[in-house]
Design a protein around this ligand. Structure first.
Ligand code: SF4
Ligand code: SF4
Length: 277
């Protein structure tokens, strides 16, 4: 069972919910926000394994090349530029589709690996913690997210997705079993919640809403939930104390009052799992 934790925008407390929920559920935490992973700051896992993530890119043998420019014409991403005497390759534009090597009749292109990031595996309080890290400046997150997801098994995992509703979010949430949508009761919150809901609709995921920084009634989110039929399974209150705890890099569940709140949330998640499986 893989549970994706999403938010339509950054700053809603998605990672706060994900790490604390993973701790009370005593399950695997997977940080797939590979451009800015920060869940490990809270969980402080012992790292036990690490693996590089690479993509395949073309390497052109100019001894064999006759500058026919077939590879340049076929590249859909403008990663190749050529003249009648040279070929220039822009590696950051390459999407590793492999088409250039297929169309080269001179057999002048071979594929070679290029490191774009890494994945790390550890444990904290007896539960597994994984994260993917994209090398700064690398434009494509998919290979690092895929490297994480390729290792998922049937064990319960909380997947902390990237914020927003980009293709990175789709890659992280795709083929999960349940989406938890973290939002806040503001006009921006409901706008971006709707974007996250649209992603989960495309992926055909069952979903539920968690309101962070709740001030009680949260009419703006409640109205949206009523209109869409998406259940609200938890409300975490607006709290200066919580902001201070999080800003120190500590887990909320280490405080008794907050532990109880997350245990209630975990119970609601268990009920959802029972309904969806
Ligand atoms: S397709 Fe092959 S031979 Fe033609 S320009 Fe590209 S690398 Fe050179
Ligand atoms: S692998 Fe694909 S994207 Fe990369 S240079 Fe070749 S054709 Fe272009």
């Amino acid at each position: 069972m893989n549970i994706a934790v999403l938010s339509g925008k950054g700053g809603t407390g998605k990672t706060t919910v994900a790490v604390n929920l993973a701790r009370v559920l005593h399950c695997r935490y997977v940080d797939s926000d590979v451009e800015a992973p920060n869940g490990f700051l809270f969980l402080q896992p012992d790292i036990q394994d690490k693996a590089d993530v690479s993509v395949q890119i073309p390497q052109i043998d100019e001894q064999r090349c006759n500058y026919c420019l077939a590879c340049v014409k076929h590249c859909q991403f403008n990663a190749l530029f050529g003249t009648d005497s040279s070929i220039v390759f822009f590696e950051k534009l390459c999407h590793s589709c492999g088409l250039c090597s297929l169309v080269c009749k001179q057999n002048a292109i071979k594929e070679v690996p290029r490191r774009v990031g890494y994945v790390e595996f550890g444990s904290s309080a007896g539960a597994e913690c994984w994260q993917g890290v994209l090398i700064p400046g690398e434009p494509v997150t998919g290979p690092v997210i895929d490297a994480l997801k390729a290792r998922l098994d049937g064990d319960l995992s909380i997947i902390d997705c990237p914020p927003g509703s980009s293709c990175s979010v789709v890659a992280a949430a795709d083929k999960t079993d349940l989406a938890l949508l973290v939002t806040e009761p503001t006009p921006f919150g409901v706008h971006d919640l709707h974007m996250a809901v649209q992603v989960t609709e495309k992926l055909n995921l069952p979903r539920a809403i968690i309101i962070n920084r709740s001030e009680g009634q949260d009419a703006i989110i409640q109205d949206y939930a009523n209109a869409t039929g998406i259940p609200i399974i938890g409300r975490l209150p607006f709290s200066l104390e919580a902001a201070q705890i999080v800003s120190r890099g500590e887990l909320l569940v280490d405080k008794e009052e907050w532990r109880q709140r997350f245990q209630n949330l975990a119970e609601a998640v268990r009920e959802l799992i029972a309904c969806t499986s």
